[in-house]
Write a protein that binds this ligand. Sequence first.
Ligand code: FES
Length: 110
Amino acid sequence: MRLVIKNLQNKTIYISEKNTILQSLGENAIDWMQACGGKGRCTTCKMVILEGSENLNELSEVEKKFMALNRLKANERLACQAKPKNLQSETKIIIQVPKIYQLPHILYND
Ligand code: FES
C-alpha cells in the first residue's frame, strides 16, 4: 500500500501492516515529529488524513483518549498508533503534516 504525504511534495512510500506509519516513515528516512518516541503520549506525531482512512486500523485506546480530550480531530491519527490494514498495492492513504508539527529543517509545500 502507498502512503502519500501531500505537503511533502507528494512524497510516496510503501508501507506494510507490520509497522506503524511512524516506523515506516523512519525506515524511509522521513523525519517526523515524535516527542515521546512513539509511545502514544504526546500527539506531536499527528497526521491529517486526507484520503484513505478506511485503510487504517481502528483507533487505539490512546487515540480515543486524545479525541475525547479534543487533542485529536476526527480526520487525524497518531502516526505511532496507525497501521495499514488493507495491503492491496493499488490502495493508498494521503496524509499531510499539520503546520504546528512541521520540522524547521524540512521544506513543506503548504
Ligand atoms: S510520538 Fe508521541 S504520540 Fe506518537
